[in-house]
Design a protein around this ligand. Structure first.
Ligand SMILES: Cc1ncc(COP(=O)(O)O)c(C=O)c1O
Length: 425
């Protein structure tokens, strides 16, 4: 559920009209709903209540510091994959005691920064990385808490680029390798093994892969747990699917909780999770303006002012993003509303010089006029976080709506911003 609704023929975010935000802050514009973010965290907490999980919001999904502040306000920790993501948390003065740090290529500088800032643990992805963390921590006179990220060789049935738990993927240690490595950890002075971790992919819409992965991880956990390796944490990663194409399509978190419950019980460990997309995807829209209504040869194009640099998911993963005019008498069909009567079959494309620059293809949209606004739904996760300056386009502004109030949480970049670093040298 989210808080984007049509009222009196126009789209509102919580208590604020989208047209008012576009007028005030310009387009393209990311608009977040604080109420939706909070609701999604609450849904996860309720579904997994029996296990009282440590929820670590995955910063990579949407890393704006004001969103991170909101998350910290809900008592949520963080999953980071770079020193830069951790820097955002530290710089904002947010707690680091529930920060977990994954990623296959942590550098010495990043490891040192994480230890200095007292994170909860590293999710270790290889034996050489483990040795490096051990070396750095010993050099600092510290012991770093770690979890081994296990690659359970489970197909998460998602896009190939967002599958992370198969042997052909670069992530984690195989079960055999993790077993072998666990035998060496007790003799390392710079690290202590606090848990096991598995993250098998993103936009997962079936509970079975989680259940299978966790059963395998828990088997290993029970096998290697000992006095010197107490393994207090079982981290199931993130990956819960968000609704993109319909309000009914994605699975409820209760289904994931039900499927994984037996393994979690068996582990006797504290459950952790790292949701990103589930929390933030449907908590934002990207608002764009129709620039040109172009009749091509056998193809109609709505050329809008947002492109693949602003939202790359359609181009990168051929991902579906719901698109609908901001002025409309009905909810969009992908949100339970009606098809557009006498609508226009079109490709919604951006201004970037690539044929792969599209937000939606072969969409039936109501007829729109140049200058009209449209909303791209489900844009909160891997939207602004993956935006770039390609074609020297300044990145969009971001706005956070909370009830009937709204505020800028990232100003729009300018042409001056584009050249600032080059002119500084
Ligand atoms: C280690 C780890 N945890 C959590 C996540 C968050 O995934 P999602 O946004 O699908 O929940 C990712 C994303 O790739 C990840 O790599």
């Amino acid at each position: 559920m989210d808080f984007f609704r049509y009222e009196d023929g126009a789209l509102k975010v919580e208590g604020v009209a989208v047209s008012e935000l576009a007028e005030r802050y310009g387009t393209p514009l990311y608009v977040y709903s604080a109420g939706t973010l909070e609701h999604h965290v609450e849904q996860l907490r309720t579904a997994f209540a029996r296990h009282e999980p440590v929820i670590c919001y995955s910063v990579k999904a949407c890393s704006n510091v004001h969103i991170l502040e909101r998350m910290a306000g809900l008592g949520v920790g963080f999953d980071v994959v770079s020193g830069g993501e951790l820097y955002r948390i530290v710089k904002a003065g947010l707690p680091t005691e529930n920060v977990v740090y994954a990623g296959v290529g942590k550098t010495e500088v990043e490891i040192r920064f994480a230890i200095d800032n007292g994170i909860l643990m590293f999710n270790v992805e290889s034996e050489p990385e483990l040795r490096e963390i051990d070396r750095v921590a010993r050099g600092m006179g510290k012991k770093a808490r770690i979890a081994m990220r296990v690659n359970p060789n489970v197909d998460a049935h998602t896009h190939a680029y967002t599958t992370t738990g198969k042997h052909e993927n670069k992530f984690g240690l195989t079960i055999e390798k993790a077993r072998a490595v666990s035998g060496k950890i007790a003799s390392m002075d710079g690290v202590s093994l606090a848990g096991l971790h598995a993250h098998i992919g993103s936009q997962i819409t079936s509970p079975e892969p989680y259940a299978t992965a966790l059963e395998r991880v828990v088997d290993l956990m029970l096998e290697i747990r000992s006095e010197s390796l107490p393994l207090e944490y079982l981290n199931m990663g993130g990956g819960f699917g968000a609704n993109y194409e319909s309000t009914e399509q994605a699975l409820q978190p209760t289904e994931f909780a039900k499927a994984t419950g037996p393994a979690v019980e068996r582990s006797g460990a504290r459950l952790m999770m790292e949701p990103g997309r589930y929390v933030v995807a449907n908590a934002a829209i990207l608002v764009s303006r129709l620039l040109y209504d172009k009749e091509g040869e056998g193809k109609h194009f709505y050329i809008v002012d947002a492109g693949m640099n602003d939202l790359i998911r359609p181009s990168l993963y051929e991902a579906y993003q719901g698109i609908w005019p901001v002025k409309s008498e009905t909810e969009p069909p992908f949100r339970g509303g009606r098809e557009a009567p006498g609508g226009v079959l079109c490709d919604v494309v951006g201004p970037i010089c690539e044929s792969g620059d599209f937000l939606g293809r072969d969409r039936k949209l109501p007829a729109m006029g140049e200058g009209d606004l449209l909303a791209v739904y489900g844009a909160g996760a891997y939207g602004m976080a993956m935006a770039s300056n390609y074609n020297s386009r300044p990145r969009p502004a971001e706005v956070l709506v909370d009830g009937s109030s709204h505020r800028l949480i990232r100003r729009r970049e300018t042409w001056e911003d584009l050249v600032r670093l080059e002119n500084e040298v």
